[in-house]
Design a protein around this ligand. Structure first.
Ligand code: SIN
Ligand code: FE2
Length: 217
């Protein structure tokens, strides 16, 4: 009984792990606001449903995406870009919920990037088998703002490399409520996600959701 209680408390206690200069993993940081995040996510999804976009090379991505905020990241045959409108509906992306903004700003502050004010939130949905190959986030106008990345649902293996594509990535198991922040010297580091393993998450079922906050413009 006492041991169980202790373990469940340890389980939700936030902790930090340095990943590289400018990069930190804040374990459990989003757990205290998860109900608000999931409720806000349902609202966004009903206005701008998840869809699997096409890369400029014509491949359909395994990860389904949507966005909220002033600008949304999109990809199609003409390239990668930020767009104020959802190309599926022609309407503006849903506004960024206060719960999203507050979490992103406080995680950035905790990681040493006070004053972060995201205008874009890309929402990635992974089902078992979905993956994201190594890439840099470089479609933003200026790289002085960090990236704040929130994991919800099934655990995933996050690959975090270096400045060169050939740098061997470190592997981090990201769980429900974990937040990764990278900026400054690691802002352009290569990263990706290994194919999602099968599983069933108590709150989200057989999927993982990732919220990626950025200052795009
Ligand atoms: C991304 O790099 O856009 C996604 C990262 C993740 O899903 O953890
Ligand atoms: Fe990325």
């Amino acid at each position: 009984m006492t041991a169980d209680l202790f373990e469940s408390v340890v389980d939700v206690l936030p902790s930090r792990e340095a990943m590289a200069e400018g990069a930190v993993l804040l374990r459990g940081f989003a757990r205290r606001v998860e109900a608000g995040l999931l409720a806000a996510l349902r609202g966004i999804e009903s206005q701008a449903p998840f869809r699997r976009m096409f890369t400029p090379g014509g491949h359909q991505m395994s990860v389904a995406m949507t966005n909220c905020g002033e600008a949304g990241w999109v990809t199609d045959r003409s390239g990668y870009r930020y767009d104020a409108a959802d190309p599926e509906s022609g309407r503006a992306w849903p506004a960024m919920p206060a719960a999203f903004c507050e979490l992103a700003e406080s995680a950035a502050r905790e990681a040493g990037f006070a004053g972060f004010s995201p205008d874009a939130c890309l929402i990635n949905r992974y089902e078992p088998g979905a993956r994201m190959s190594l890439h840099q986030d470089r479609d933003e106008k200026d790289f002085s703002a960090p990236i704040v990345s929130v994991s919800l649902g099934l655990p995933a293996i996050f690959l975090f490399g270096g400045a060169k594509r050939s740098d061997k990535p470190q592997r981090y198991r990201l769980e429900h409520g974990d937040v990764v922040v990278w900026g400054g010297p690691s802002r352009l580091f290569f990263h990706g996600v290994a194919p999602l393993a099968e599983g069933e998450h108590p709150a989200l079922g057989p999927k993982r959701i990732n919220l990626t906050f950025r200052k795009a413009r």
